[in-house]
Design a protein around this ligand. Structure first.
Ligand code: MLT
Length: 251
C-alpha cells in the first residue's frame, strides 16, 4: 500500500473518497501532522497502490489492519470521507480495540437501497464501455457544490482522471455490496464525530444527522460552503473541527 506517513504523536488514519486517492488529504497534512502521526494510504488500486484487485469492505479493513501492523501502530483515530467512511465502519467493527476516535464525514451507515444498487450497476457498465474517462463529468457535479473554487475543481478532476478503470470498477462493486451498519452503530463506544457538507447532494444533511443521533455521545458538525468533499471544499473549517475533536472530543 502506498501511504503518506507524516508527523509524530498519536496516529490518525485517513481514508479517502471514491474515486480519489491519498492526495485528497493535502489540505489537512500540515495542520494534522503538527500534533499527530498522519497515515493516509492509497486504498487498493488507487494512486500508487497497484495492482487493482476486487475487494470487499471487510477485506479492505483487513488490509488497513495489516498496514497498521507494518507501521507498528496499535491504535489510532480513524477518519473517512464518503467511501472512506464506508470502510471506517467495518474497520471499527472488526478491530474496535484499534480505534481511539472515529470521524465519519459525508458518509452513511446504511447499505445501498435497490435504486442506489441499480445506479452502481449502471456506472459499472458505463466504466466498462467508456473507461474511467466517463467519471469526471459524471461525478464532479455531484461531488462538489455549485460554484466550488476553480482550483478545487481542477484538483479533483485531475485525481479522477488518473483513476485506473479496474480500480474504479472494483470500488463501485464494493460500495454496492457493502453491508448495513445502521443497526450496529449504536454500539460504538469511542468518541465519534459525524461531519456533513451543507450542500452535499450525495449524503443529505438529514441522513448524516440521523446517523449521528444513533451513535452514543456523537458530535455532529455541518461544514458550510461545502458539498460532498468537505475536507477539500472548506479545509479551514474542516481542519478546525477535526483538530478540536481530536484534541478535546470525548464522550
Ligand atoms: C465517494 O465520494 O466516496 C462516493 O461517491 C460515495 C458513493 O458513491 O456512495
Amino acid at each position: 500500500m502506498k501511504v503518506i506517513d507524516q508527523g509524530k504523536g498519536p496516529a490518525i488514519l485517513l481514508l479517502h473518497a471514491f474515486p480519489l486517492n491519498r492526495t485528497m488529504w493535502e489540505p489537512q497534512l500540515d495542520v494534522l501532522s503538527s500534533k499527530f502521526r498522519v497515515i493516509a494510504p492509497d486504498l487498493r488500486g488507487f494512486g500508487g497502490s497497484q495492482p487493482p484487485s476486487p475487494w470487499t469492505m471487510a477485506e479492505m479493513a483487513d488490509d488497513l489492519s495489516a498496514l497498521l501492523d507494518d507501521l507498528e501502530v496499535k491504535t489510532c483515530a480513524v477518519a473517512g470521507v464518503s467511501m472512506g467512511g464506508y470502510i471506517a465502519l467495518p474497520f471499527w467493527s472488526a478491530y474496535p480495540e484499534r480505534v481511539s476516535k472515529l470521524v465519519l464525514a459525508n458518509t452513511r451507515a446504511r447499505a445501498d437501497n435497490d435504486t442506489e444498487k441499480a445506479a452502481r450497476n449502471e456506472m459499472i457498465a458505463a466504466i466498462q464501455q467508456s473507461g474511467s474517462g466517463t467519471l469526471p463529468d459524471r461525478m464532479l457535479p455531484r461531488l462538489l457544490r455549485p460554484n466550488a473554487p476553480m482550483d478545487v475543481v481542477q484538483t479533483v478532476r485531475k485525481m479522477i482522471e488518473g483513476v485506473d478503470t479496474a480500480a474504479a470498477t472494483y470500488a463501485v462493486m464494493a460500495m454496492r455490496d457493502r453491508v448495513d451498519f445502521s443497526t450496529t452503530v449504536h454500539r460504538i463506544t469511542c468518541p465519534t464525530m459525524v461531519v456533513t457538507g451543507k450542500d452535499d447532494v450525495i449524503i443529505r444533511t438529514e441522513d448524516s444527522r440521523a446517523m449521528a443521533d444513533s451513535i452514543p455521545g456523537c458530535r455532529f458538525v455541518e461544514v458550510p460552503e461545502s458539498g460532498h468533499l468537505s475536507n477539500l471544499e472548506n479545509p479551514n473549517e474542516f481542519n478546525r473541527v477535526l483538530m478540536d475533536f481530536l484534541l478535546y472530543g470525548g464522550l
